[in-house]
Design a protein around this ligand. Structure first.
Ligand code: GLU
Length: 420
């Protein structure tokens, strides 16, 4: 369930203001960063299967292009709002800066319920939305990718629609597309794999071993399911996973293969009906489990002022964007919980998106080992930089990551100057 009590853009501003204060950053640059560069709202009429026309509201927000073309996913969800998309776009700006890849941040979304739409309806909605935001898109301008409830298939439709208007194939306009039309090997697994690399780095610093580490993962979509499987493969004991319907718990470790097969067969999770090994639990119970590591990999604001006190995990690695509110952050910090923030922990997706875009522009494709090796290198480097910065200044990892990111973006604005 999305948490509707919090406006995510207020969270963005609070986080930005904090970083600016600690950095003693120029107030003029601060003002620029508080506002997205561009936000477009489009009406998306769709002929539904029964002949009725339904009009959906779609958004594309570009927060910053200071460090390069705007980059970020597109999500389909009933709770999508302009402020949510603005927040997600800003988080993309910081994420690309932390990872040190040459992009600014963007995000798109359509307020709709794809679980109640046919594939044909979703395809027509995607194509019409693409035409609505067409003037913003392009490999040098703004490059969408998958996010909540969108996939390689969705990206294929966006790529095709954009290419039809150009008159030739433009693979570099989206990432996360099918491999046979210019997608990258390893892109689908990249965010979950990145979560695993970052977790390994955290454990090394804490001198702990995966075998002695219990894990609970909230969310069983493209991030949560892959992260859980990757962590289990590394030897972590993944004891609980959940999706929007509820979750499964098994003290000695879940059978991830069986859970993945179940989720794939069902098409759309529904773990509350899973009848394999384990006991059922609610999302609230999962977040309060006595585990070493909690990986929130669902939606924003899942850990908030009302439930942060109940969290018993000692470490949190954020697979989702914005899963912890600032109020919860303060409670967790008082409890001594180490939080590896979203803009570092889930950057693996956009890092391999960057590799995909580079491959498209060069029309030269990498093998999967090369993709994974380069992903690991960037995740380890980013983690090391944030960790060191935090150690030197005795700061939580989130504050360190924000200071690094905001400073990089601010520096780009400073050297470019404010036009005219
Ligand atoms: N939607 C993903 C994210 O939030 C990936 C974005 C991208 O690859 O552009 O990071």
């Amino acid at each position: 369930m999305p948490n509707s009590n919090v406006n995510p853009y207020d969270i963005v501003l609070e986080q930005l203001d904090g970083a600016v204060r600690r950095l003693r950053l120029d107030e003029n640059i601060h003002t620029v960063l508080r506002h997205p560069e561009r936000a477009l709202v489009v009406s998306v009429p769709v002929i539904m299967d029964d002949g009725r026309v339904e009009v959906f509201e779609g958004y594309r927000v570009q927060h910053s292009s200071a460090r390069g073309p705007c980059k970020g996913g597109v999500r389909y969800h009933p709770a999508v709002t302009l402020d949510e998309v603005k927040a997600l776009a800003a988080w993309m700006t910081w994420k690309c800066a932390v990872a040190g890849i040459p992009y600014g941040g963007a995000k798109g979304g359509i307020k709709c319920d794809p679980k109640r739409m046919s594939k044909g309806e979703i395809m027509r909605m995607t194509r019409r939305y693409t035409v609505g935001i067409l003037p913003l898109l392009g490999p040098e301008k703004d490059i969408p990718a998958p996010d909540v409830n969108t996939s390689a298939e969705t990206m294929g439709w966006i790529m095709d629609t954009f290419s039809m208007f150009k008159g030739y194939a433009v693979p570099g306009v989206v990432t996360g597309k099918p491999v046979n039309i210019g997608g990258s090997l390893g892109r689908r697994e990249a965010t979950g794999r990145g979560v695993m690399y970052v977790t390994n780095e955290l454990l090394k610093r804490l001198e702990r071993r995966p075998e002695d580490t219990t894990v609970a993962v909230q969310g069983f979509g493209n991030v949560g399911s892959v992260a859980a499987a990757q962590l289990a493969r590394e030897g972590y004991r993944v004891v609980a996973v959940s999706d929007y319907s509820g979750g499964v718990y098994c003290e000695h470790g879940l059978n991830l293969e069986s859970l993945l097969r179940y989720a794939q067969e069902k098409g759309d999770g529904h773990l509350c009906d899973y009848d394999g090994e384990g006991e059922h639990l609610t999302n609230a119970e999962l977040l309060a489990l006595d585990v070493d590591l909690l990986v929130p990999a669902a939606l924003e604001a899942q850990i908030h002022g009302g439930n942060a006190q109940a969290v018993r995990a000692r470490w949190i690695v954020e697979g989702a964007n914005g899963p912890t509110t600032p109020e919860a952050d303060r409670i967790l910090a008082d409890k001594g919980v180490i939080v590896v923030p979203d803009i570092l922990a889930n950057a693996g997706g956009v890092v391999v998106s960057y590799f995909e875009w580079v491959q498209d522009l060069q029309a030269l494709f990498w093998d999967e080992d090369q993709v994974n090796a380069q992903l690991e290198r960037i995740m380890r480097r980013s983690f090391a930089e944030v960790w060191q910065f935090a150690q030197d200044r005795r700061l939580p990892l989130r504050d360190a990551a924000y200071m690094l990111a905001v400073n990089r973006v601010a520096e780009a604005i400073r050297v470019r100057g404010i036009f005219p």
